[in-house]
Design a protein around this ligand. Structure first.
Ligand code: PBG
Length: 323
C-alpha cells in the first residue's frame, strides 16, 4: 500500500482536477451580513478598527441591505446603536427604537431578505453589560424579562428571526414563551448557543459602542478552554426551543463546530467575528497577507468544520468572490 501505488498529487495536477475534487464549496447563500444602524448620525460612519464596515443611517442601511440581497446574500443580522443609554436598556425595546425602525424599513424595502435581529442589551445599557446589574454582576432572571421585551419588540416590528446573544441561562425558553404567548409561534430563534468570552470581539465593541464599563463578560460568556461545556450550552438551547444554534467565534472554536455538527441535527451557524475579520484586514493592509486568500481559507475552514452558514463582515466580498 501507499507510494508508489498511491500518489496524492494525481488529483491536484490541474486547476480543473482540483476543482473536480473540491470537497467543500461556498456560495453567496452561505453568508449572513451583520449590519450596524445608529441613531443621530446623518451619514454612514466608518469604524477604524473594522475596515470596510460602517455604522449606518436608516437610509444607508437600506442601500447596503439591498446591495447584499442583489449579491445573493440571504439574510442580514442587525445591531442597533441608540442615542440614549440607561441602566435598564429601555431603548432596546422601545417601539420607535433604532432597530425597530430599521426592521420596519427593511421589511418594506427588501422584503425577500431574511431580517434577523441581535437580541442583547449591551449597546443600550449605560454600563455596557448584557443585562440588568445587581450586586455588581448581571442578574439572570431580571435580564430574562428584559430580553423577552426586546425580542417581542423586534418581532412586532417585523423581524423574521431573533438572535439572543447575551448568554443568560434560560433565555431561549423565556423568549420562546413570550413569542408563543403573543401570537408569534412561528418566528424562529437563532441562539448564540456557544458564545465564548474572547478578545476577538474587541473591534465590534468599537463599532457597537458596547464595551463593559467595569469588569468583563466572563460570568456569562464561555471560557476558552471548554468544549464539553459548549456542547452542553448547545444541547440546552435546543431543548429550550432554539431553531438554529450558533458557535462564536469561529476560527478558535472549529473543534466545537465539528463536534456539534456530529452530535446535533439542527441548523448550525458560525459567527466569524470582528477580531477575526480585522486582523486579516490589518495584515492585508501591511502586505503581510495576500488579498482574498486568507478570507477564502478562513471561510472554507469554517464550512469544512461543519457550519451550515457563516455570519461574516466579509459577506459581500465573499459573495462576489464565490458567485
Ligand atoms: C452582543 C454581541 C457581541 C457580538 C455580537 N453580539 C459583543 C460582545 O458580546 O461583547 C460580537 C460580534 C463580533 O465581534 O463581531 N452581546
Amino acid at each position: 500500500m501507499g507510494f508508489p501505488i498511491h500518489r496524492m498529487r494525481r488529483l491536484r495536477k490541474t486547476k480543473a482536477l482540483r476543482n473536480l475534487f473540491q470537497e467543500t464549496r461556498l456560495g453567496p447563500g452561505d453568508f449572513i451580513l451583520p449590519l450596524f444602524v445608529a441613531e443621530g448620525i446623518k451619514s454612514p460612519v466608518s469604524i477604524s478598527s473594522m475596515p470596510g464596515v460602517q455604522r449606518h443611517t436608516l437610509i444607508s442601511i437600506t442601500r447596503e441591505a439591498s446591495s447584499a440581497a442583489k449579491l445573493g446574500i440571504p439574510a442580514v443580522l442587525l445591531f442597533g446603536l441608540p442615542l440614549k443609554k440607561d441602566s435598564q436598556a429601555k431603548e432596546a425595546f422601545s417601539k420607535n427604537g433604532v432597530i425597530q425602525k430599521a426592521v420596519r424599513i427593511l421589511k418594506k424595502e427588501t422584503p425577500n431578505l431574511v431580517i434577523i435581529t441581535d437580541v442583547c442589551a449591551c449597546e443600550y445599557t449605560s454600563h455596557g453589560h448584557c443585562g440588568i446589574i445587581q450586586n455588581g454582576d448581571v442578574a439572570n432572571e431580571p435580564t430574562l424579562n428584559l430580553l423577552q421585551k426586546i425580542a417581542l419588540s423586534h418581532v412586532r416590528a417585523g423581524a423574521d428571526m431573533v438572535a439572543p446573544s447575551d448568554m443568560m441561562d434560560g433565555r431561549v425558553r423565556a423568549i420562546r414563551g413570550i413569542l408563543d404567548q403573543k401570537g408569534f409561534k412561528e418566528t424562529p430563534i437563532l441562539s448564540y448557543a456557544a458564545k465564548f468570552s474572547t478578545a476577538f470581539y474587541g473591534p465590534f465593541r468599537d463599532a457597537a459602542d458596547s464595551a463593559p464599563a467595569f469588569g468583563d463578560r466572563k460570568t456569562y460568556q464561555m471560557p476558552a478552554a471548554n468544549t464539553r461545556e459548549a456542547l452542553r450550552e448547545i444541547e440546552l438551547d435546543i431543548e429550550e426551543g432554539a431553531d438554529v444554534v450558533m458557535v462564536k467565534p469561529a476560527l478558535t472554536a472549529l473543534d466545537v463546530i465539528a463536534k456539534a455538527r456530529q452530535k446535533f441535527t439542527v441548523p448550525l451557524w458560525a459567527y466569524h467575528v470582528s477580531g477575526e475579520y480585522s486582523m486579516v484586514k490589518a495584515a492585508e493592509k501591511l502586505d503581510w497577507l495576500a488579498k482574498d486568500t486568507a478570507m477564502v481559507e478562513s471561510l472554507l475552514a469554517i464550512k469544512r468544520a461543519g457550519a451550515d452558514r457563516i455570519i461574516t463582515y466579509w459577506a459581500k466580498e465573499a459573495a462576489k468572490f464565490f458567485k
